[in-house]
Design a protein around this ligand. Sequence first.
Ligand code: MG
Length: 220
Amino acid sequence: MITRKEKETKPNKTTKTTKPTKPWVVFDIDGTLSMTIDPDEYETLSDDYKNCFEFITYKPYKNKDIISEAWVMIRPNVDILLKYTFDNFRVGIWSIGQPGYVDEMVSLIFGKNTKYYPEFVYNFTNCLREYHPLRFYKPLSESPAKDGYIIEDSIDVVDVNDKYFLVPRFDLYDSIDSIDSIDSIDSIDSIDSTEELIDLNTLINDDSLLILIRKLENLI
Ligand SMILES: [Mg+2]
């Protein structure tokens, strides 16, 4: 019989594929794995853009009988990313969205392939709140993925103690700040923010998740 101690110290060729030794990655959803737009915004798009989106409904609040509608575009290469990460990491999801929305998104992203399913799914109710200024964030110390890596499009929600990988936000619009004139540093009115629809080919050929895989490869 092998005692626990012997088991740990005994060289084991299969260590890499044993679950507990794999590092954790915790994915954000919106802007990282997908983008979600509301029906009004969807209606402004031309058909070739519309064809990239899938329709979802969800109950944002458990105790209210409200059904919300939205359109979702899954980020290119999500399938490749998930196959890679599930083979090499333990996987969790942490979105700042409402529980009903997050559940719907998880079944849209993972439901098609039951082989891969995150070990935990956290939503807005799991986020921590900080004041002055108010912000919600996702400390991995409060999750099963302690010492893991957060995959995010926004640094604002990452805890200072956590390791992370930032990916460019997956979005329909590029925000372009143009400064017409600066009278004083406080003259915020002079900064004009315009939004430009991103070219369809750029969206379809987004390779941010392939670049992410190459970065994750350095960890294992
Ligand atoms: Mg996000």
